[in-house]
Every structure is written in structure tokens, then in C-alpha cells.
Design a binder for this molecule. Structure first.
Ligand SMILES: CC(C)(COP(=O)(O)OP(=O)(O)OC[C@H]1O[C@@H](n2cnc3c(N)ncnc32)[C@H](O)[C@@H]1OP(=O)(O)O)[C@@H](O)C(=O)NCCC(=O)NCCS
Length: 179
């Protein structure tokens, strides 16, 4: 992943040395289940997932500059969606201790800049499970447009009804001009 900077965060590739920081949040009941995966039962499991992240190169580690610590992740996943064909989905998780300080808004804005300014994407989508109000509030801070509720295939829980949103490049560029 290309290294990206914000005021408080560095978005960079995961490294195997991130294992302790990764397991610290991957084991929490408040993190994985909201994103469709079970809390990690042990560090060995986290090592396997971390190796997949490193191999697939779809996910940025979110490193908090002030603590030199990985506090979450944000990724771009190429998926098939409804009538849109293959399209990138943005997904994210944050360690619970660091919530409500604007960190994911800051990371997501940087990733959206990258998607539309550098990757040349024309649109992307995002989704959250119906009851995930935290993610809904984050999404609503950006110019995503609600598309529909649909069954979404989660990694560990099967199909879960989710709210799906889309953003087009021109909508983002126009929004960015006025913030
Ligand atoms: C969803 C998540 C990424 C939000 O990250 P965050 O860094 O706390 O979000 P931000 O601080 O940038 O703020 C986003 C909005 O959510 C609100 N929010 C964050 N945590 C909240 C909480 N515990 N309760 C209510 N609202 C909350 C913020 O207040 C903010 O809204 P506002 O600025 O309009 O007040 C984070 O809670 C998380 O990773 N949760 C667990 C995993 C998950 O749900 N991933 C998303 C799967 S779709």
C-alpha cells in the first residue's frame, strides 16, 4: 500500500512486527463483530490474518504518530456489487479505546483523496450492518449516498442485512471544495 500521511496518522502497509498492536484490538468483542468477523481467539490466529493482509496488500495499518502504535486498519477491496459490476469497497476498524476522536474520519478522508486523485476511481461503495450506528455516523459525515439495504456476505457470520452507500468522484470533489 502506498504510504499516506495525515496530521495525526500514518497509513502504511502492515508488518509482522505489528502483531501485538493488531491482536490488542482484533481480540475485542467491540471491533470484529461489527465488521463481520469473530474476535481473534489468540495471537496465533492474528498472525495468520496479518500474513494474509501482507500478502494481499489491500489494507493499510493506521498508525497513531503520537504513540507509534497501530490502532486500526482501513482497506480497499475489489468486489462485485449489484448492477455496478466490480467496484472498490472501503472498510475500516478502529481499536475501541481510540474511538470518538475523529481518527477514522481523518483516515477515511485521506483514503478518499487517494482513491479519486491518485487511483483514478470514478466511484466506490461502503456499507455497515443495520445496527452499527457508529459506522453510520461516520459514513454520514461524507457525501456517500444511500443505495439500499441488502444481504452482505460477512467473513464469519454469513449473510447480514447491511446498508449500502455509493460515492461518485464528482460528488466527493464538490463536497471537498466546501468543507
Ligand atoms: C465505526 C468506527 C470506525 C468509528 O471510528 P471513530 O474514529 O470513532 O469515528 P470518528 O471519531 O471519526 O467519528 C465518526 C462519528 O461517529 C461518532 N462516534 C464514534 N464513536 C461513537 C460511539 N461510541 N457512539 C456514538 N457515536 C460515535 C463520532 O461522534 C462521529 O460523529 P460526529 O462527529 O458527528 O459526532 C469505529 O467505531 C469502529 O471501528 N468500530 C468497530 C468496528 C466497526 O464498526 N467498523 C466498521 C464496520 S462497517
Amino acid at each position: 500500500m502506498k504510504r499516506l500521511e495525515t496530521e495525526r496518522l500514518t497509513l502504511r502497509e502492515f508488518r509482522i512486527e505489528d502483531i501485538d498492536d493488531f491482536y490488542d484490538y482484533a481480540k475485542l468483542e467491540t471491533v470484529g463483530p461489527n465488521a463481520g468477523w469473530l474476535p481473534h481467539p489468540n495471537k496465533e490466529h492474528s498472525v495468520k490474518i496479518l500474513e494474509i493482509f501482507i500478502k494481499n496488500d489491500e489494507v493499510w495499518a493506521i498508525e497513531l504518530k503520537s504513540e507509534n502504535k497501530v490502532i486500526g486498519s482501513i482497506g480497499l477491496h475489489h468486489r462485485s456489487l449489484l448492477d455496478y459490476g466490480m467496484i472498490y469497497e472501503v472498510g475500516y476498524v478502529l481499536s475501541t479505546k481510540y474511538e470518538k476522536q475523529g481518527f477514522m474520519s481523518e483516515a477515511l478522508k485521506r483514503v478518499l483523496d487517494f482513491c479519486f486523485d491518485e487511483m483514478g476511481l470514478s466511484k466506490l461503495f461502503v456499507g455497515h450492518f443495520l445496527e452499527n450506528k457508529k459506522s453510520e455516523r461516520l459514513i454520514k459525515k461524507f457525501p456517500f449516498k444511500y443505495l439500499k439495504d441488502m444481504d452482505y456476505e460477512s467473513r464469519d457470520y454469513g449473510l447480514i442485512v447491511s446498508k449500502i452507500y455509493m460515492m461518485k468522484k464528482n460528488e466527493y470533489i464538490n463536497w471537498r471544495k466546501v468543507i
